[in-house]
Design a protein around this ligand. Structure first.
Ligand SMILES: [Zn+2]
Length: 275
């Protein structure tokens, strides 16, 4: 998909999303009161949630060719290969994300770099909730293979104490926006983070797995809803995937038929896609 395709796809999703229920007159009035600005630079743009063209061109979108399971991008087109080395090796591989009793597929909109980190941090800490509609459009495009049928969107939860200090869960904000853009169902509180865990920053992959082990559970009131469901977990950043894997295991144990994950930005280690 080239840049103009991306922009035009985003345009139609935007019309169904941010202003889907607003009349043309009220949109015009809203734009007059608060003109659309680039999410990062503040430059004038055509619609709310957009990025300035210069920012757009610097973002690194994750697009085909990629591993059909974990979604890691290939370095180059690799004919005859559908899965990356980690997905072929399975649970023993240090970078494996996909397991029979865990995640089935993962897709991400952006590579995690300085620019996408700024977008994620502003959403997370700077009360820029207006960004969610624009960012969700990128996620819907990246996750088009996952967002089908009766897929149910479930955000990765925060522990209650962190939710109180931060006031909102950025994954829930993105999940709500992806639901609006895609029309798919949403269950904001299917998962609970019942054990507070230290921050993951600075921990090794194994340390991160230990840190979140046993931290999540399914809300008893939603246990029945999870059974047989196709669930798409939503989060802002994927580093090693330990949090998503822990959430997926809980959902599979509760009888979910398929658990995929859709993330805004992902750390892509060097050479990980090669077989
Ligand atoms: Zn893979």
């Amino acid at each position: 998909m080239n840049e103009s395709d991306r922009q035009s796809t985003g345009m139609s999703a935007a019309l169904a999303g941010l202003h889907g229920h607003a009349s043309a007159a009220s949109r015009w009035l809203a734009d007059l009161v608060m003109p659309p600005q680039c999410l990062l630079t503040g430059e004038p743009v055509g619609r709310h949630g957009d990025l300035a063209p210069a920012v757009w061109q610097q973002l690194h979108f994750i697009d085909a060719p990629l591993c059909s399971a974990c979604g890691i991008p290939w370095e180059a087109q690799m004919t005859g290969h559908d899965l990356c080395a980690a997905c072929v090796a399975g649970e023993d591989h240090p970078a494996a994300l996909i397991f029979a009793k865990g995640l089935d597929r993962v897709r991400c909109a952006l590579r995690y770099d300085d620019l996408s980190a700024q977008l994620a941090l502003r959403l997370k800490y700077a009360d820029r909730l207006d960004m969610a509609a624009g960012l969700s459009r990128l996620m819907v495009q990246a996750g088009r293979e996952l967002l089908t049928g009766q897929a149910l969107l479930v955000p990765v939860p925060l522990h209650r104490a962190r939710l109180v200090s931060r006031r909102y869960n950025q994954a829930a904000i993105l999940a709500r926006a992806v639901s609006r853009s895609s029309g798919l169902g949403l269950c904001l509180d299917m998962l609970q983070r019942h054990r507070a865990t230290p921050r993951q920053q600075g921990l090794s992959a194994k340390g991160r797995e230990r840190n979140v082990r046993g931290a999540f559970r399914i809300a008893p009131t939603h246990a029945e809803r999870a059974r047989g469901a196709h669930i798409v977990l939503i989060d802002d950043v994927l580093t090693t995937g330990s949090t998503l894997k822990a959430c997926a295991r809980v959902l599979k144990r509760s009888g979910a038929a398929r658990v995929d994950a859709l993330v805004l930005a992902r750390v892509v280690p060097e050479g990980i896609g090669a077989i």
